[in-house]
Design a protein around this ligand. Sequence first.
Ligand SMILES: Cc1cc2nc3c(=O)[nH]c(=O)nc-3n(C[C@H](O)[C@H](O)[C@H](O)COP(=O)(O)OP(=O)(O)OC[C@H]3O[C@@H](n4cnc5c(N)ncnc54)[C@H](O)[C@@H]3O)c2cc1C
Length: 320
Amino acid sequence: MKNFALIGAGICGLRCAELLEKGGLTVQLFDKARGVGGRLATRRHERWRFDHGSPSLHGDDDKWLTCISRYPKWTSGDNSMNTHLPENGVNQMAKDHASQLNVQLNCLIRSIERSNEGWHLLDEDGNPYGPFETLIITAPCPQTQMLIETLETALLQQLKDVRMTPAWVMMLVAAQPLIATHQLCPNHSLIRRISAEHSKPGRALDPGEHSYVLETTSEWSKQHEEDSPAAVEASILSALMRITTTAVNPMHCAVHRWRYAHTEHPLGRPYLIDPQLKLAVTGDWCLGDGASSAYRSGELLANALLDPEPDDVRETQHFR
Ligand SMILES: Cc1cc2nc3c(=O)[nH]c(=O)nc-3n(C[C@H](O)[C@H](O)[C@H](O)COP(=O)(O)OP(=O)(O)OC[C@H]3O[C@@H](n4cnc5c(N)ncnc54)[C@H](O)[C@@H]3O)c2cc1C
């Protein structure tokens, strides 16, 4: 039996599964969300589209660049950084990766257990899955820690220094333009970045509509993580008015909290493997540099499982 279970259909899990499948292995993915992509997220409201996780795709790793450069360019702001974006939104990249994969959505894995037959998974409704020979987890680090906390594995100790930070984001449509560039990173204690969604490829709006995603700083988000959405909305709007020095009359306004948005302290290596348990963990938090790190870590883990280097053989031999 060479079947893999993989928890988390973000870009890390999708890249890993894609390569394992190409290598002839069978992978069943599970994700608690309604769609794939995790923090490569695009939300629709009426005729507006908001990339409310990562606002665009960028980075300089060769394989990642090859992958994102098939999408149109978007020059994003103050530093004129060239980024790329599918016209349907950043989430489309995840959908493109998932099209040939077997993904079970709306499936929150609550517990995992290893028996002599392999891995058994249980979702929040008590539905069982498995057995699987090998389990890969690509959830954000704190969620990975929760899943493996009852296991006897050295991985728990190795994960203890990883730290991730929250972020609140606001999706806003205004009748007037709020910034002069496509993206602005003001030097402000509350607002980290304002992205003009209407400036993205294929997303032009009527002249009287201007759509934005505003992201709060990690420091402010940590302090206000448990605030109500109404309180957060009021705080962001008030900060925005101070930055733009104009009154903002939103045509649409909504906020979203990401509990684990960014990596403050990464693991420092692309993945961890427990060969006895046939368990591997990875995600953007391993290398710590956003979506390109997630993609790279997923790829390096798949390569290690498919074709271990001589030095890796001892660590990974039980997977083959
Ligand atoms: C507001 C914001 C701004 C960002 N800005 C940038 C940026 O400018 N540049 C950049 O490169 N990156 C940015 N990022 C980070 C980037 O989005 C992430 O690094 C990347 O998408 C992470 O991919 P991943 O696959 O590692 O994790 P995720 O995308 O988080 O995927 C993990 C998946 O696991 C699933 N999951 C978790 N637990 C379970 C469970 N128990 N059962 C089932 N499924 C589970 C989740 O639903 C999720 O889909 C930003 C993120 C946010 C939120």
